[in-house]
Structures are given as structure tokens and as C-alpha cells.
Write a protein that binds this ligand. Sequence first.
Ligand SMILES: [Zn+2]
Length: 327
Amino acid sequence: MDTPRIDLHRHLEAAVDPNDLPPFIQKHKIDLPSDLERLRALLRFTARPGNLAAFLEPFKQHIHKFFITEASVREFTKLCIRRAALEGLSYLELRFSPFYMAGAYAGTQRLDPESVVSAVCEGRDEAGSEHPVRVGLILIVGRELDIQKGQRVIDLALRYRSKICGVDLAGNEHGFPPHLFRDVFARAREAGVPITIHAGETGSAENIRYSVEELGATRIGHGIAAIHDASVVSLLKEREIVLETCPISNWLTGAVKGDPSNHPLMKLHRAGVKVTVNTDDPLLQSSWLADDIRQAEALGATPQDIASFMITAETAAFTDVLSISNA
Ligand SMILES: [Zn+2]
């Protein structure tokens, strides 16, 4: 049997191929250049941002403009899934922030967050009939928005439970530690909605511990700061928590200091932590899953290691991939 090719950590808002954008921009009359080179200059890093705030800057400036109507959200979702199918992915989890896509961060909320969720689900269902890749959807609670909006994301997760596979907490860990979101995730946990939390990316190992013990995360977005705390490594092993590392993104955000070879992927793997290799934001990084796999190989991963990361991803998927592929 072929090894599955899985990406568990990819943000929908930055999962489109830039080559697909010019006709999309023209069709939906989006306020961004439809000339590919001008567009690339806005959306692609030419130098390492080096910190998370700089990495997230294109989200602040430009990316929210794509989501102007429900039709644009639907089509954007389909373009992202088509791209994943071209990569040969067998399974993909796309995560997105309903409030971000609705325009809440830009101060000009154009859409209702619920209509964003329903349009993404429709786009996924339509693309699902055209492409072989299976796609799970994860709703993001944005750290920077108020707790009330976080609760509304959980309301949506519960309302769309049959369409989505999990919830996540994302954004800058600095200033927004996980304990602020305890009540928000308690509701998801009680309802049995799978939880992944961005923690220990550019924040501390302690954020990982709290996310596992108090928020109920069974997977951690990035989690590479675990390498600095042996007790957190033990906790991850004991509870079989899966880390969704993104080697290229982790270097671009400065989560990995200095040289890209300082990424702790293989140290964590050899210590017995369950790790996976994923992309994060391909549009901005100009890198796709094959590039992150190559990066993992540069860090010392053998073909057997890569296969074991993919099996880990398959087992940790929030959708039951095994029953889908056997169906
Ligand atoms: Zn992420």
C-alpha cells in the first residue's frame, strides 16, 4: 500500500496557488492587482520575516481582501483543494478563521462569520466531488479577537459539527496565553469536538503544557518549544500528543533561531514524540508539502522517517481517514 500523503496544518486563507489568483481577482472584482508579478510582490516573502508579527503582515494588509462575497469564499476554497489534489495529497485539513475571513480584523466586516463557514463547507463539498483528496475543516478561534467572538466560533463549530472536524486557537502567543481561552475550549471539549492549539511556536513550552492539560488539545500546532523542557517532552509522549511541525514556516517566523538546520524535528522524533510535517501558509512561503518534506530530509529524516510521520498524521487526523479510504 502506498504511503499516504497528508497535510494536517494548512491555513485556507493562504493555501491558494498564486497562479490561480489573477482570474479569481478579476472575476470577483477584488481590490488587489490582477497582474501576477505585482501580486507576488505583495504576497510572497522575499526575505525572512524573522518574527511572527512580520510573518502575519500580509494577512493584515492584503489576504482578507479575497473574501468579499460568499461566492468568492466558495471559489477560493475550491482553488485551494484543487491545488492540494495536484500535489497528490490523499488527505488535507484546512483550517480557517471565520471572523478573519469575514473581515473582522480589517475593521470592515463584510460577511457574517456563519455565512463564511457555510460557504467554505459548500466549496469543500463541491470540490470533493471533483478531486480525489479528502478534506477536513477546522475552525479557528483568533487569539487577538475578544473572548465573545471565540465563543461564537465554538457556537459555529457545534452548529456545523457534521461538516467540520475540529477547532483550533491561532495567532500570536505573546500577549494571548492559552489560559485566556479556557472557558472557550471547555465547551468544545465537553461536546467532543477535537482540539488542536497553536502553542510553543514562538511562545513557551509552558503554553504547550497548558494547552494539553487544560484546553484538551490532542494535537499541537508547531510545539517545537517542547525541546526546551524535558517535562513537556514527557507529557507529550505519555499522552501521545501529535505535533504539527511546519519546518519552513518555523524558520521564516523565527521560531527556529539562526540556521534552518536548528529545527528540533529530528530531536523530538528521536526522543519519542509523535511528529508530523506540514506546510502552514504555502502562498506566502512559496513552498508546498514536497518542499517541507525536502526540508525534513535536510534535517536528517530518512524515507522511513517520512513514511512514519505520514502514518502518524493518518492516525491523528480529526476525520476518520482510514474508514474513508476503505469505504
Ligand atoms: Zn498555523
